[in-house]
Design a protein around this ligand. Structure first.
Ligand SMILES: [Zn+2]
Ligand SMILES: [Zn+2]
Length: 420
């Protein structure tokens, strides 16, 4: 019979990779807690309008990449392509803005974009998302970067670059927009069809175009960074000063724009050369107008997302607490009755005792114990029950010892053995 396969760009994560996912999550949770963040879980499916309004109608995400469909009641719904929009909606809908002066939130979950799949890029991808509402101080911008460097250090990542830029506030953007329209009008015919349209509706998006010709044109065009208004300039310089005081080196990349409309001021990306063309594994920035544009009060915001699927590609080893694995090899019905009482004792003591159900011979059980990398094998057969002992075999050394067949002293006796 034909087997049904997973969808293109969707994948199963298991084995060592899933361990890496959980490890990165664990490290992040630790630092989020230390920096005062609280978790929020929002729906995967939201009203399509939410994303059009927040991300921007003329962005690639909204125009080409969303999983949008009509549900059974005819409403247009979208599988979230990013986390910020849903968190802002929740921030308003749950009245969080009225309860807290500052909200530090994080969320972990899958996002969906209908892009061409390649290494490190999937249609379902997992993100760790951080959002802070209520503060415009550039000190916070630096704090976010600082926190990520601590997380990356603990994970064991060293070869990465932090790229920063400022995309300005609505004032300097409007001023720059007029300037840039004049510039692009002069060379309009060289732009791609999408960009000709963008020139009318959202000229700053031309800087994100992936078309080679458009890239060349925008590379030699003026940068918004060089035309920031005074408050934006001061904010950015203070941000850099705070980073310097923390000893964090960054690269100012005037070309860095994020593919979403809601960013204002500080934007940043962390990239690794080890990742190839999809080299950014963390990205974010400030969005001081987003909450207000979603119908809320004028509350500044800043956040970032970690692309987990990419970050785990960079994780070399997991710093795990190593606890020994025990295996129970049994022979005969009487020995089998000891499995659950033994396991219970192990579990109470936070230890792992595994066994092979339907086992036939001692040989097959030892082979299995080897395959799951058991450190110690407990062997119990008719002879041992008669003698009132259990054999404990050290699998790496190959030697073995007897301990009394007594559930209540089992763990202390074993601990005496493996702590030596
Ligand atoms: Zn400005
Ligand atoms: Zn273009």
């Amino acid at each position: 019979m034909d087997r049904i396969k997973s969808l293109r760009g969707f994948r199963d994560i298991y084995g060592d990779e899933v361990k890496k996912f959980r490890y990165v999550e664990e490290v992040c949770r630790k630092y989020f807690n230390l920096f005062g963040y609280k978790e929020i879980i929002t729906p995967v499916l939201e009203n399509t309008g939410l994303f059009i309004r927040s991300i921007g109608e003329t962005t690639d995400i909204v125009e080409k990449e969303m999983f949008t469909f009509k549900d059974l009641s005819g409403e247009s719904v979208t599988m979230r392509p990013e986390a910020t929009a849903g968190i802002v909606r929740a921030y308003l809908e749950q009245g969080i803005f009225a309860k807290e002066r500052i909200s530090k939130l994080f969320s972990i979950g899958p996002m969906f974009r209908h892009e061409r799949p390649q290494k490190g890029r999937y249609r379902e991808f997992r993100q760790i998302d951080v959002e802070v509402f209520g503060i415009n101080d550039p000190m916070l911008d630096a704090e976010l970067i600082w926190m990520t460097t601590l997380i990356l250090k603990e994970i064991g990542l060293e070869n990465y670059t932090i790229e920063v830029n400022s995309v300005g506030c609505s004032d300097c953007r409007e001023h720059f927009r007029q300037m840039i329209v004049g510039y692009f009008e002069g060379i309009k015919d060289d732009l791609c069809e999408d960009c000709k349209r963008r020139l009318q509706r959202n000229p700053l998006r031309i800087f994100d175009c992936k078309n080679t010709k458009c890239k060349e044109i925008s590379a030699s065009s003026p940068f918004l960074f060089d035309h920031l208004c005074e408050p934006c300039k001061t904010h950015f310089n203070d941000f850099i000063r705070h980073l310097e005081s923390l000893g964090i080196k960054v690269n100012i990349n005037k070309r860095l724009v994020r593919g979403l409309d809601y960013y204002t001021g500080t934007v940043f990306e962390i990239v690794s050369q080890e990742l190839g063309s999809q080299n950014a594994f963390l990205a974010g920035g400030r969005y001081n107008n987003l909450v207000e544009s979603m119908g809320g009060p004028k509350v500044p915001g800043i956040g970032f997302a970690i692309g987990l699927d990419r970050l785990v590609l960079l994780v070399k080893e997991i710093k795990e607490k190593i606890t020994p694995v025990f295996f129970f090899a049994y022979l005969g019905e009487r020995a089998k009755k000891f499995i659950f009482p033994f396991m219970e004792e192990f579990i109470i003591n936070n230890l792992k005792l595994l066994y092979l159900p339907e086992a036939k011979s001692l040989k097959s059980q030892l082979r299995y114990a080897d395959s799951i990398r058991a450190d110690y094998v407990l062997i119990l057969g008719e002879d041992e029950i008669e003698k009132g002992i259990v054999i404990v075999r050290n699998m790496s050394k190959g030697n073995q010892l007897d301990i009394p067949l007594d559930v209540s002293t089992l763990i202390p006796n074993l601990q005496g053995l493996f702590e030596k």
